[in-house]
Design a protein around this ligand. Sequence first.
Ligand code: GLN
Length: 486
Amino acid sequence: LHLLARCRHLHAINSTLDTRNASINAVVHPARISPSVREPASLLYDFSVAVKDNICTSSMPTTCSSAILKDFMSPFDATVVKLLQNNGADIIGKTNCDEFGMGSENKYSVYGPVVHPHQPPNSDVPWENRERRSAGGSSGGSAAAVAAGLCRAALATDTGGSTRLPAAYCGVAGFKPSYGIISRWGVVSYADSLDCVGIVTEDVDDAGKLFGVLSAHDPKDPSAARPETRAQASAHCQYHLQQISGADDFSGLRIGIPQEYFPEEMDRSMHAPLRRILDNLMSRGATVLPVSLPSTPYALSAYYVISSAEASSNMARYDGIRYGSYAPPPLGSDKMKTANVYAHTRSQGFGPEVQKRILLGTYALSADAFDNYFLQAQRVRRLIKADFDRVFAVPNVLSSGETPEDGVHVLLHPSAIRTAPPLDEGQNADLGAYVQDVLTVPASLAGLPALSVPAGLGEDGWPVGISVVGQWGCDEMVLNVGRMVE
Ligand code: GLN
């Protein structure tokens, strides 16, 4: 009986997936779910989970939404995928994304863009005629899949905001944990020093459940935080957590509002949802303080130099010989010349945005430009980290700075400068796309835990997200405050 019920349940999931997915293009490789008998006591027994297509799965393709990996089947499952399965989750498919995670609107995908699933309230415009907006990127498929109810949760990645930005646009929760806390083994690298696995769910509680399962130390991940470091951070955070929360009394909680996080590009309608949340928290006793993170204006440039530099190195492996679909050089060219094979394969296989990042990154690493670009960007990265350490009450166990007397537990700010942008935006679309990351990249450069919480609808009727950012290793604190904000 149990098996029969499960078969029906899975069949229902599959058909919903097909029809709903057709209009939003969120899932690009659906799983063929075969009913297995799982332990109802498993931690994730009730979870159907979609996985971003840059995370390796042995039973479905892993293409990173790129033509260069169009036939790639991984021989193994990423650690995060194994952890999901071992804890009873159903993996329902792989989600669309910007190619190799490079983008903010999920437009740079070989499968075409993800279409935002939301319909503004009171709109009786039929689906075919309504405004098409971006679901955000690069994990647009993961956020749209959860928002459209195709699955209860999705795995994403977040290098500079790719979990939080689409989550904010789609009105769901998006969590980027501290760098090094969730295993990257089996996650296709974009920029290793920034890449994190992200979690997208409908609410913060579910994000916490997944985080509990996924945050296990993995010796196979060379960038994983060591168990002693985790324990040390967790002890500091626990100490502060005890001061923060009673069930409905937040009188110990100190929240910082970074004044640099309201740039002129921000749409003013982002302010009201944040104000609503702050009023609510203050009415329950929380203290709200303005804080300054003075290096913030340099974060976006530093991020794009560092991420492109690392990407140019990571993309070198797709040469049509070691990895990637081989594209034969055109007639008349010397097929035996390796450079021809590389050049042709890579010109055919990579989309224009990835090619642009490879060129920018290679330039930033070249002898002539290194000092002016890459080194400067690394300096800015250090300044950004120091800015955060100067405002948090919790010490950073990865650095040795002092904590301020009047430090804050978390920072709160809008996750994005606007609601979801139209999919078919014309001019200046490229620069506009990069500016969208301005509020998410600082936490990435500093490796901090950051959670975008759905904060209702903006004036235009589209979802708005508010971000909670905490000290390194304070993931539980960030999730706890996220629950208070929700
Ligand atoms: N939009 C940013 C970029 O293109 C962030 C992407 C990400 O976090 N994967 O680099």
